[in-house]
Design a protein around this ligand. Structure first.
Ligand code: GTP
Length: 405
């Protein structure tokens, strides 16, 4: 058998049936059997309709609406991370959906650094994936990485707030960001259009890269058209359906998912009312694979390279070379050692801070003691001088008999 290099590959179209044209069917059957995984994170101030939107997207109660805390109730001081898992099935295709909720985001008086727990969660999940890749006995990997982060923008109609910019600036190279304008029914059509324009220019000005539906060379016209429509609609202006009311379309009388107002109803599934349908299509229909691919090939790979380089691991083999087990073990050891060194440095820092605090306390006590000692010495010297004076007076009185009388 002759091995050809890439310059001498013979291209042939086979006329008879060989069998490999069946490969896509095999992949399809395997994918359907294994099911799909999607992990989406929702971030935004409380009450912006995160749970409602997720439930509307998946047409079931996945997130339970949170109770509004009593004003007197003590509130948590940091952003919490909550995972909600659901196995859903549509026409025999299974989807394991994980929603990562971030209650508390943007709800504090001081919101600086409220993105830290979120960033930490994303990186911890990358770390867990990296560990699976590096383990000696590799099993089927469980992908717990976050494939999309839906960021809810308050429908102010002005421009992005500092917290929106700061959050997205810190996360855009770690996760696929999908910004949405929450509760878009609170704005008019023109206000939504103006707000979108301002958001897009704010994002560009701050160098924030959001997820863009990719267009491939071999895409057909329909797919290109769909990707372009989605790209034009970002940030999606969304409305979550009110599950507590039965709403009917005024024209057809059929039941719809939406919200009712004294002046009419809004149908969330009607693209002329809001962009909900585009968001849902992008997330679970047309671009779920693109979201997963970008997470794997761009975001995770960039994070992984930085992580390895940060640990002093140098890439010295071509990607086409087989992985050397000894080298792999060395990389694992280096990673482990770097982790230990980091922990040790953190412990040393804590120890140093404690010693410094103790030293400062001792120094303070020393100064106080010295001051007290000085004060007492001065008081005693004064007393001594007074006694000596008195003694002299008594002695001089004893020598002069006239003074006695
Ligand atoms: P937390 O769980 O506290 O973080 O809130 P959340 O962001 O999950 O909001 P939630 O979905 O619980 O909705 C809060 C309130 O807003 C509920 O009364 C919803 O019915 C209402 N709501 C949700 N989506 C919309 C919307 O698109 N438009 C309007 N007008 N109200 C909405």
């Amino acid at each position: 058998m002759t091995v050809h290099d890439s310059s001498s590959i013979v291209r042939k179209r086979i006329t008879g049936h060989v069998g490999f044209s069946n490969l896509p069917n095999q992949v399809l059957r395997k994918s359907v059997k294994d099911g799909f995984q999607l992990t989406a994170m929702v971030v935004g101030e409380s009450g912006l309709g995160k749970s409602t939107l997720i439930n509307t997207i998946f047409n079931s109660t996945i997130c339970q609406p949170r109770e509004v805390p009593h004003p007197a109730e003590e509130r948590p001081k940091t952003v919490a991370i909550e995972n909600i898992q659901a196995d859903i099935e549509e026409n025999g295709v299974k989807l394991r959906l994980t929603i990562v909720d971030t209650p508390g985001f943007g709800d504090f008086v001081n919101n600086s650094e409220c993105w830290d727990p979120i960033l930490q969660t994303i990186e911890d999940r990358y770390d867990a994936y990296l560990k699976q890749e590096n383990s000696v006995r590799r099993m089927k990997k469980v992908d717990t990485r976050i494939h999309a982060c839906i960021y809810f923008i308050q429908p102010t109609g002005h421009s992005l707030k500092t917290i929106d910019i700061e959050f997205m600036r810190r996360l855009h190279d770690k996760v696929n960001l999908i910004p949405v304008i929450a509760k878009a029914d609170t704005m008019t059509e023109d206000e939504v259009a103006d707000f979108k324009e301002r958001i897009v220019s704010d994002l560009a000005f701050n160098g924030i890269r959001i997820f863009q539906a990719p267009i491939y060379d071999d895409d057909d016209d329909e797919s290109v058209g769909e990707s372009e429509t989605i790209a034009r609609a970002i940030p999606f202006a969304v409305i979550g359906a009110d599950p507590t009311k039965t709403i009917r379309s005024p024209s057809s009388g059929r039941r719809i998912r939406g919200r009712a107002y004294p002046w009419g109803v809004v149908d969330v599934d009607d693209p002329s009312h809001c962009d909900f349908i585009l968001l849902r299509r992008m997330l679970v229909h047309s671009h779920m694979e693109a979201l997963r691919e970008r997470t794997q090939d761009v975001l995770y790979e960039t994070w992984r390279t930085q992580r390895m380089l940060g640990m002093g691991v140098i890439q010295d083999h071509s990607v086409f070379e087989e992985v050397d087990p000894a080298e792999k073990a060395r990389e694992d050891r280096l990673m482990h050692e770097a982790k230990l060194a980091k922990m040790e440095a953190a412990m040393k820092d804590v120890f140093r801070e404690k010693v410094e605090a103790q030293e400062a306390k001792l120094k303070q006590s020393e100064v106080e003691l010295y001051a007290r000692h000085k004060e007492m010495k001065e008081a005693m010297t004064k007393q001594w001088n007074q006694l000596m004076e008195r003694k002299q007076q008594l002695e001089s009185g004893a020598q002069d008999p006239r003074k006695k009388r």
